[in-house]
Design a protein around this ligand. Sequence first.
Ligand code: TXA
Ligand code: MG
Length: 332
Amino acid sequence: MQTKFWQLTTENRAQVFEEAGALIRAGELVAFPTETVYGLGANGLDGRAVGRIYEAKGRPSDNPLILHIANLDEIYPLTSGLSPMAVTLAKKFWPGPMTLVVPKSDIIPEKVTAGLDTVAVRLPVNEDARKFIQAAGVPIAAPSANLSGKPSPTTAADVLTDMDGRIAAIIDGGACDVGLESTVIDTTGAVPTILRPGGITPQMIEEALGKVEIDKGLSDPSQKPKAPGMKYKHYAPKAEMHLCRSEVTMLICVTKDLAAGRRVGVIHTQPIVGCENRVYRSLEELANKLFYYLRDLDRSGVDVIYGLTVPEEGIGLAIMNRMKKSCGGSIL
Ligand code: TXA
Ligand code: MG
């Protein structure tokens, strides 16, 4: 399959969205930008089209997908009913990097929910994403547009690397703003529960609702995560990766590896001589660039990547969740 690559300009926007929307209605896959990461979109009401997402990504079939909408009202046909907490969260944080798990309605194909009786829904803030969904005229089922297991793509070029020849088209709307996937919140129980940490932090949810829980399956390996996707190996660069609890540990490891002739990449607040350096100045910048840096360090051909742990609060919770998976839990 020849994959179309559309770089959005002021002149071609309307035409691109129209053609992309037509591809979606014809059951094809189109990758598109959102504020979090690039999504791999299909018609969320067409089970066959949704099935193609799993094929293109090599995604396990028990991992359900998020339905993306362009306006708040569009959630109503997708759910059998919203809890008051879901309404409060939707009004406060949509459009934005938040996904709500709600009871599903009958129109949703089983392929979207992987057999669960709930469905995940998100209203993105990215203008290109919303124009695309509007043009398609249907909810868009979309996971991150990477091959299963790899870091999520935050640029259209990274989508092309993984999906060239596998999907009908890619819409290039530039680099993503947040850089990590949305916060997934289960709103079907008594207390709002974070199933995947992201840009909307526990503190923000607690402020809005007075209560919040974090799924125990995220921190306790003996408990099964409630979001099926969180149990899989994820975000792994090709290079070996480790996290260091201190700079001293990092320097000791780096020195040893360089002496052994290995090529070393570091994701750090300051450069280290002899390494491929990817430097960040704030946790927001780290969140924004983490996936990009992992892919970029792989491209530069390093053998091993070292990163530093960060405090697991605020956006740091989401960063650590992704970094721990990237390094397969190797924390030194
Ligand atoms: O930011 C994002 O959320 C991006 C962009 C494209 O919107 N999408 C994304 O999708 O990250 P994906 O498929 O990579 O991750 C969706 C997560 C998975 O962990 C999945 O298991 C969980 O959401 N999920 C989906 N439906 C669910 C449900 N009904 N109950 C619990 N977890 C669900
Ligand atoms: Mg993903």
